[in-house]
Design a protein around this ligand. Structure first.
Ligand code: 3PG
Ligand code: MG
Length: 382
């Protein structure tokens, strides 16, 4: 396992000191009565223990986040104003500066931009686990300039995910899903080596179905990865769907639903249809497998669960994991929102604030933002 991260514990009293905190407040927002409001403040709340500790020790705290992808330009649609309104309720003592990605220097990892951010500050804390896979200026540059540390939430997320992979209670079952097989093959190979069983659902499962010789109609499919899927299947511990559920081609689907009835397919999907959820037999097989698990890592939904017609697989798997006595760890933005949508957050052992970051940490065992803290020449060691 990589060396421990520097901690704020070593800094002691911070009276009169200014602390710059990189957070990941990239949270979902929606218009309510004509005003944008944060609809899930999980990522904001994750930073509150750090803020409380810094404020108790006498520091003044300024926080900074990216928000959406404004591509280095000022774009009012991505102003952090809704985040500020929510933060003012949760912790009014902390100031939040405007979206880091309004500056081209942020994503370019420009050293001058990074230095300008922390000019006049005494300390830097990275409490942005969800952004630590990005080698961007606010993540990489401050640790080269100021005494720097990992926030408690970031440290806990890293320790939890790495410990899970290192010494899981067995049987250890990984549940993977999501749309694109391309994005998940790397992590699947790591999981197939470490877990007793890897369950596959979501759009990515159809490339595995093709590798098994089935027809998939117009379902998501990436021909380039059929061979890799086949060799993963040959490993013998990868479980893929046996049936699926979907819609005729051209049918509308999404958060607002649509008019067409969903169709249950058996093992093969005819032309003119596409699969968008796992089918009932698959649900039973996955539930039976999960019943024996002692550790579950879940990343990625089983179908297009944002559409209520296509959420049965994801909901059933979420409920099976929640009901199981296994240690359950959920990572990835979509699985986390599914868990909260079904009201199951309290039944999971650990929910990561990271999407891509949790995937990359599992796949590579480290992240650029964590290396920056460890390699900081000026960091206080906890
Ligand atoms: C996320 O939401 O996954 C993180 O905040 C990172 O955002 P990004 O994918 O736009 O870099
Ligand atoms: Mg993302």
């Amino acid at each position: 396992m990589p060396a421990p991260l520097p901690s704020i514990d070593a800094w002691g009293d911070l009276s009169g000191k200014r602390v710059f905190v990189r957070v990941d407040f990239n949270a979902p927002v929606a218009e309510v009565n004509g005003v944008l409001e944060v609809t899930d403040d999980f990522r904001l709340r994750a930073a509150l223990p750090l803020f409380a500790t810094l404020l108790e020790r006498g520091a003044s705290v300024v926080a900074a986040t990216h928000f959406g992808r404004p591509n280095g330009q000022v774009d009012e649609r991505y102003s952090v104003e809704p985040l500020r309104r929510r933060l003012a309720v949760l912790c009014p003592e902390v100031e939040l500066i405007e979206n880091l990605r309004f500056h081209p220097g942020e994503e370019a990892n420009d050293p001058d931009f990074g230095a300008s951010l922390v000019a006049g500050f005494d300390y830097y804390v990275n409490e942005a686990f969800g952004a630590s896979h990005r080698a961007h200026a606010s993540i990489m540059v401050p640790p080269t300039i100021l005494p720097s540390a990992a926030g408690p939430n970031l440290s806990r997320e890293v320790a939890t995910l790495l410990a899970l992979l290192d010494s899981p209670e067995r049987p250890f079952i990984a549940v993977t899903g999501g749309a694109k097989v391309k994005d998940k093959l790397g992590i699947m190979k790591v999981l197939a080596a470490k877990a007793d069983l890897v369950i596959v659902g979501g759009g990515m499962a159809y490339t595995f179905r093709v590798a098994e010789g089935h027809t998939i109609g117009s379902s998501l499919f990436d021909e380039r990865y059929v061979e890799e899927c086949r060799s993963l299947l040959e490993g013998g511990n990868v479980l893929v769907p046996v049936d699926s559920r979907g819609l005729p081609d051209g049918a509308a689907f999404g958060p607002d639903g649509g008019d067409d009835e969903v169709v249950d397919f058996g093992a093969d999907i005819p032309d003119g249809y596409g699969g968008l959820d796992i089918g009932p037999d698959t649900v039973e097989i996955f539930e039976a497998a999960l019943a024996s698990a002692r550790t579950v890592l879940w990343n990625g939904p089983m179908g297009v669960f944002e559409d209520p017609r296509l959420g049965r697989g994801t909901e059933a798997i979420a409920r099976a994991i929640a009901a199981s006595p296994a240690i359950s760890v959920v990572g990835g933005g979509d699985s986390v929102s599914a868990v909260s949508q079904y009201g199951l957050a309290d039944d999971m052992s650990f929910i990561s604030t990271g999407g891509g970051a949790s995937l990359e940490l599992v796949e590579f065992g480290d992240l650029p933002g964590l290396r920056a803290l460890r390699e900081s020449p000026v960091s206080a060691r906890g």
